[in-house]
Design a binder for this molecule. Structure first.
Ligand SMILES: [Zn+2]
Length: 656
């Protein structure tokens, strides 16, 4: 059994248990603001001090300075270890943990495809013919979607009912468990299944072979404001959202013909484009365009125009987009429409021809990035800001490994072209740019080495108390069966009562708190944070443990959003620290003016400032060594001067 399955079980239990229901079965809750409060059962409380956050599904008492999720609540209240808590919660919601052992049924992919195809047909019949589909028909018509489009894209409607689909399925001999496996049904308290899509227009997502593998559901106008506008199927055996593009099955031929794909953000954008004669449009299904999707598109074309809604979205993602551009050998262009319009609006107000014209003028990812980082100043005049901007671009470009540059001529050629363009933009010789990139590469390699050493040392020194995540080799059921002795798969050491090597929020310094705040708030920044933060700067056990936790989860390909990290962690102390970090982070959000990237950037900047100084001290002490020979001394001096020049933006532009 793999690590991923362990976490899958944890996630299923976590998603099925509502923390408000859980805690209210122990103690009386009172609504306060967006959350609930209760008298804390862990200290003599008159206030009430226990805070419950339904959005995050966490609890926290600042007086006791403990907190956590549903698992750590049960661990603390029932005085049990993680496996017992998992079993108790699973029982509570009727999830049978052993079920995953007999995976035979789930492995039968054909049944899953059939169930999905059947459901899509039911949704469509409902939209086209049923009386309860009338409002949805009206809505789609109002949005300008033609009958032909509705049929082509197999749009449908799921009525307002908790069991409309499940009831129909059971009359056809399709089990509710099957609907759950394909993401159309979910499980509530006590394990009963219900329809996930209710009172929503349904957009089926099909693979390249036109088989429905998932659906997206959009609320109709007039729905209450606290309902999510879009709901998508969760990841299933059929559907991995980062590997799919909406509409690709229909767009394939047009993409080949146009030698280009246009990637949009919304389902209706794609449908409307096709309706306006733009056949090569596809959409990401609720993710940012990533490497898997680029690889998929490269089968059909070598140019992609990414159409982003609004300037802000485009600016936030310049780094990832540039990285894709540099590493994926795809001509990646960026376009944002005027006046913050999305493609659907644009096509209704203007025309397909006008959109095509704009697409032709889209700038490539480097140009886009340069425009964003050089906004508001002239890079040839303001050298200090130009240096920061250049550094930012080079940092991304340096992620292409030297090996791949050496072995791949096309990639190398493109790299050279990009460097030449940067040289022109910033008025710097290409050789100088190469040198800087080299130095950025070296410090990245140094950090990677430190990270590896950190992992090894941590593994050596950590005791069973510190093993955070379930044993990779053991399934949950095996863990459950294990006696609570000192054996390898025992995790009773993670109880609150165990005082050895306990993690404490107060142990961390300001930089560490800031780092983890950024990480819990912005899952998409975690990989960058891991890569850029020099581990040698972690000062205390708690920070090292949290960092190690993220490293492990990232390596295992686990999702890194706060809730799933919290549930993957079994140690109650670590959970508690994470919850504290998240509360502080949420507080800070209301007054922090910096963007998440800026926060991370300035954090690493502060640290690398410290590193530079340490490095210079080392060089100077080498110079002071009397046994040093002249050549080495001159080299060292030249390095120090060069570093100082770089730092102050004094770069030579007239070197050969
Ligand atoms: Zn308390």
């Amino acid at each position: 059994m793999s690590f991923a399955i362990d976490n899958e079980v944890k996630d299923r239990v976590r998603l099925s248990v509502n923390i408000v229901d859980l805690i209210s079965s122990y103690t009386e809750l009172r609504r306060q603001g967006r959350g609930f409060v209760a008298a804390c059962p862990f200290h003599d409380d008159r206030r009430p001090s226990l805070q419950i956050n339904p959005e995050r599904q966490t609890w926290k008492c600042w007086v006791c300075d403990i907190g956590g999720d549903v698992f750590s609540w049960v661990m603390k209240r029932e005085n049990v270890g993680f496996p017992e808590a998992l079993r108790m919660l699973a029982d509570r919601v009727g999830i049978v943990l052993e079920e995953d052992k007999g995976k035979g049924n789930r492995d039968d992919k054909k049944r899953l495809y059939d169930a999905m195809a059947w459901a899509v047909q039911e949704f469509q019949q409902c939209l086209l013919h049923a009386p309860e589909g009338a409002a949805a028909r009206q809505y789609l018509q109002d949005r300008g979607l033609s009958d032909e489009s509705i049929r082509k894209f197999q749009l449908g409607f799921a009525p307002e009912s908790w069991s409309w689909l499940i009831d129909r399925a059971s009359s056809k001999g399709i089990g509710a468990d099957l609907l759950e496996y394909v993401g159309l049904a979910a499980r509530g308290e006590r394990g009963s299944r219900y329809d996930r899509f209710r009172n929503r227009a349904i957009f089926p997502i099909r693979d390249v072979q036109s088989r429905p593998i998932a659906v997206g559901g959009r609320v109709l106008p007039g729905a209450s404001a606290d309902v999510a506008k879009y709901v998508n199927c969760s990841e299933t055996r059929l559907y991995h959202k980062s590997h799919q593009l909406y509409g690709l099955d229909l767009a394939r031929d047009s993409i080949v013909k146009a030698k280009q794909a246009i990637v949009m953000e919304g389902y209706t954008d794609v449908i409307m484009s096709v309706q306006h004669g733009i056949g090569n449009a596809v959409a990401c299904c609720g993710t940012a365009l990533g490497e898997h999707q680029i690889k998929l598109l490269r089968r059909y074309c070598d140019s992609v125009v990414l159409l982003l809604d609004g300037d802000e979205a485009g600016q936030r993602r310049t780094r990832e987009i540039l990285e894709l551009f540099v590493t994926e050998q795809m001509d990646l262009r960026i376009l944002t429409l005027p006046d913050g319009m999305d493609p659907c609006d644009f096509l209704l107000k203007r025309s397909g021809g006008e959109l095509q014209e704009l697409v032709k003028g889209a700038v490539d990812a480097l140009e886009h990035k340069l425009r964003v980082v050089c906004q508001g100043f002239d890079p040839l005049l303001d050298t200090h800001r130009a240096n920061t901007a250049l550094e930012d671009v080079l940092e991304t470009m340096s992620r292409v490994s030297k090996d791949s540059l050496l072995s791949n001529e096309a990639l190398r050629l493109r790299h050279d072209q990009l460097i030449a363009r940067l040289g022109r933009q910033f008025g710097i010789e290409p050789s100088e740019i190469r040198m800087r990139m080299e130095s950025i590469r070296r410090s990245a390699a140094e950090r990677a080495k430190q990270r590896q050493e950190f992992r090894q040392n941590f593994a050596k020194t950590s005791t069973p108390n510190e093993r955070i995540i379930g044993e990779r080799g053991a399934s949950v059921s095996e863990q459950l069966a294990a006696p609570n002795s000192g054996k390898a798969i025992d995790s009773s050491g993670s109880r609150f009562e165990n005082e050895a090597a306990v993690c404490r929020y107060s142990e961390m310094n300001a930089i560490e708190c800031e780092l983890f705040e950024v990480m819990v708030l912005y899952a998409d920044l975690v990989p960058m944070a891991i890569e850029r933060f020099p581990v040698a700067n972690l000062s205390c056990h708690t920070a090292k443990t949290i960092f190690q936790t993220y490293l492990d989860l990232e390596l295992a390909g686990h999702t890194l959003d706060f809730e799933s990290v919290l549930s993957a962690v079994e140690d109650a102390g670590v959970k508690s620290v994470l919850v504290s970090v998240e509360s502080k982070a949420a507080e800070k959000l209301s007054y922090s003016k910096l963007s998440p990237e800026e926060r991370l950037h300035s954090l690493c900047e502060r640290l690398s400032g410290q590193e530079d100084r340490a490095h210079r001290r080392q060089q100077i002490s080498m110079l002071e060594n009397k046994h040093i020979d002249d050549n080495t001394a001159i080299d060292l001096l030249a390095q120090i001067v060069q570093q100082a020049r770089l730092k102050h933006g004094l770069v030579e532009t007239d070197t050969p």
